[in-house]
Design a protein around this ligand. Sequence first.
Ligand code: GTP
Length: 364
Amino acid sequence: MTEAILLVGGKGTRLRPLTVRTPKPMLPVAGVPFLTHQLVRAKDAGVDRVVFATAYKAEVFREHFGDGSDLGLELVYVTEEVALDTAGAIRNVADRLKSAPDEPVLVFNGDILSGVDIRALVEAHAERGADVTLHLARVADPRPFGLVPTDAQGWVTAFLEKPQRPEDIVTDQINAGCYVFQRSRIDEIPAGRRVSVERETFPGLLASGAKVLGVVEQSYWLDLGTPAAFAKGSADLVMGRVASSAVPGPQVRGFPEALVLAGAQLAPDAVVDAGTTVGSGAVLEAGAHVSASVLDAGAVIGAGARVRDSIVGAGARIGPGTVLDGVVVGDGAVIGADNELLAGARVWCGAVLPDKAIRFSSDE
Ligand code: GTP
């Protein structure tokens, strides 16, 4: 197994405004662009060549990773003129693959943080003679996902849309966004048009009698597509709940529950905990407390501010006494003093919010 396709062309709409300037897979997670974690894991599993299927903000990937030599990988970039959706993107890179028709090719979604045993997945694919193998995760609440039931031998029996009613939840197994395709199956995907792997390719394979295997693995799994999941994934990496050798070692010491990158400045009584990442050049003023959050480069957290489960974009400024809980703040936004922003709030890049503009408590 040497070759993989990385799907990184999505617009990441659920993570706006963070993805207005940066494609989702390149957003910093535990101190490095998220993709670094995935690339390092793929390499550790024996992958040596990765074809990037890019569309949205395609140039950003090549500018950062280049030919891949820093990571010990050969990286190849293919850009769709018009986004082709997931299976269309896989087909679009086919002529850049080196694998023979009967060899397996790995495919990764570019936004999944997972501890799946990639080698075991590929071995199961080969041993069982599958045409396509999917990693299936089991989740407590499968409602936001398409469901993938399997029979007693692990063969996939159906691809079901997101369940609408309780009786539609026939399994807790979901498509975890990591596949092994026989190369020949990639060549069979229609070329030059939008094709969805979940809605068209996989159901079509089942209908044609192809052997589609599901491998259920109970490793760490998180889709970083939403702000809450994004902050959680980063914190889990920093806290070591999921391993990645791409997490930088402590650059500024003395913060056991946080990753503080070189060049950050923290007041002596500022607190960073629960897996927070403090980007380079970020500033925490006196008494600021940041938990389970991501502060991008140059973000400023004012005196006494409280930030939890939030993402603060590059160069954004949070005023003294302000509370953020489950919030996304875009790059360069300025939030005045004594605001209170709660779960789901999104502040656009460069937006300016005056002092005491949004509050829920009635102490004044
Ligand atoms: P949302 O807009 O927030 O749903 O995010 P997304 O655009 O990333 O979509 P989604 O999470 O469904 O995509 C799953 C994976 O497929 C991600 O890694 C995307 O980058 C990738 N992807 C989605 N659509 C395309 C596409 O048209 N082309 C390519 N090359 N990749 C895609």
